[in-house]
Structures are given as C-alpha cells and as structure tokens.
Design a protein around this ligand. Sequence first.
Ligand SMILES: Nc1ncnc2c1ncn2[C@@H]1O[C@H](COP(=O)(O)OP(=O)(O)OP(=O)(O)O)[C@@H](O)[C@H]1O
Length: 258
Amino acid sequence: MKIVISGVEVWYNSVKALDEVSAEIESGEMVFVIGPNGAGKTTLLKTIASIVKPSKGVIYIDGKTLSEIPQREIGKIIAFVDPHISRSIPSTVFEFLLTARYPHQNTFSISQSPQDVEIIDSIAKQFNITHLLNRRLDQLSSGELQRVLIARAMVQQPKILLLDEPSAFLDLRHRLETLRYVKNVVKTNDITCLVAIHDIYLASLYADKVVIMSRGSIIAFGTPDEVLKKEILEKVYNVRIAYVDVNGRKVIIPIEPI
Ligand SMILES: Nc1ncnc2c1ncn2[C@@H]1O[C@H](COP(=O)(O)OP(=O)(O)OP(=O)(O)O)[C@@H](O)[C@H]1O
C-alpha cells in the first residue's frame, strides 16, 4: 500500500515533534528512518499507525485518509512494533502471538484455527523462538522479547509494517538475521515497511530508501547511496564520520563528536 504523508504536524503539549513532514512511500518499499534522539522518528511511525493524531496535515493510505479507514481495518493492515511494550501482559508467547490473528477473525472472541497455528509455528521457527512458545512474556530476556514482538507483527500479516528500533537488544547475528528475514517477507508480500533505527550500517544494508530526520523535519530522503553521505551525516549528528571499505562495501564509522 502506498503511504502519502502530507504536511503533517504533531505537537505534544508545547513540543513540536513533527514539523510539516511530507513524504511518499511506495508499496513494497523498505524505508529506514534515521536521525538523532528526539528527531521525531517514533512520532512519525506512531502517526502512520494512527496512535498519534496530527494537529495539521493528512496521511493517505492508498488514497484514503487514515480517518476514513475503520479502526478494525487499521488493526489488520498496519502493524506497529513498539519495543517499549509492557512485559506484564499475563500470557504465554503463543497466546500473545495468537492475538495478532484477532483482526483476521470474524468472531469477537479469540479462537485458534489450524491455519493460525500453522502461521505461528512457521514464523516462530524463522525467529528462533519455538522453544519460547510456552513461556510467559515476563520470563523472556530483552532480546528474546524483541524477537517475539517482531514475530507477532509477522503473524498479523500486515500490509504496512512499522518497526521502532528493531535491532534494540538483539545480538549481532539476530540483528542481521531478523532484518534480512523482514526484508525478504516485505519483498515477497509487497508490504510497505518503515524502520526507525539508529544503526546506520543496517540501514545501508537493507534499506531501499533512507529518511534522515532532525528536529521534527525530513532533512534528506533517497536511496542509501544518495543520502548516507559524510557531509549530511556529520551535519545532522555533529559527529566526525569516516568510511571504511569492507569487501567493496562502504561502512560508515562515527569517529568523534565535532
Ligand atoms: N509523550 C510525549 N510527551 C511529550 N513530548 C514527547 C512525547 N513523546 C515524544 N516527545 C517529544 O517529541 C520529540 C520527538 O520524539 P520521538 O520519540 O518521536 O523522537 P525519536 O526520533 O524517536 O527519538 P529517539 O531516537 O530518542 O527514540 C522529542 O522532543 C520528544 O521529547
């Protein structure tokens, strides 16, 4: 689904978190959103997820404004993965994953069809969490919980996937594996995906496009080669940047604060 963000402004009391943000994200694109702390990355994702309401501007999903789409439909087509979820949800990992099938069911009570169980089993394997399915959420390590949260979004089979800091708490292998898997699913199923992240290396590896935000505005939007440039990054982060060549790939390294 195509997302059009048009002149969106978001205020939290007296803080302007998004300042007339406009962008177009094509169906099936994987867009990484980077920028310093407080730049507005999470707010942008939450606004697209309809969790935060803009005071000005509109977001269109395939030509319809968010307010024209019924809440239940939004719950079906959009998955927002928030790493700050409360661990105190009293359910097992399996039960938690099953709740992601709820928007697909016609009944108002949560039930499980053989198809739901099949989807959960297959995604649990991909995320290496099969052994955790009977554990309670509050018994998981931070990285295990993060994998469960992303897996839950996959179980939902959304059309729009919004990942907030998906690499947080993940070890080196799981960072690469998780994002590679997500990209694969995004491409196979034509999902539109936004990823707010601090790890510029992961953005350079997996992004179709990169958005750089600073102080509530979009500073640059384009392919990784177009926007992950020394002069742009140094200005936005106030950090001296160096490039290192690793097997022909340019890897960006922060050297020191300017
Ligand atoms: N609930 C809130 N109430 C008041 N201000 C908020 C709230 N949430 C975010 N803000 C402010 O809005 C601005 C944008 O925050 P946001 O969380 O979107 O930034 P971010 O780019 O995701 O930051 P980070 O990299 O630190 O996670 C910041 O100035 C932040 O302090």
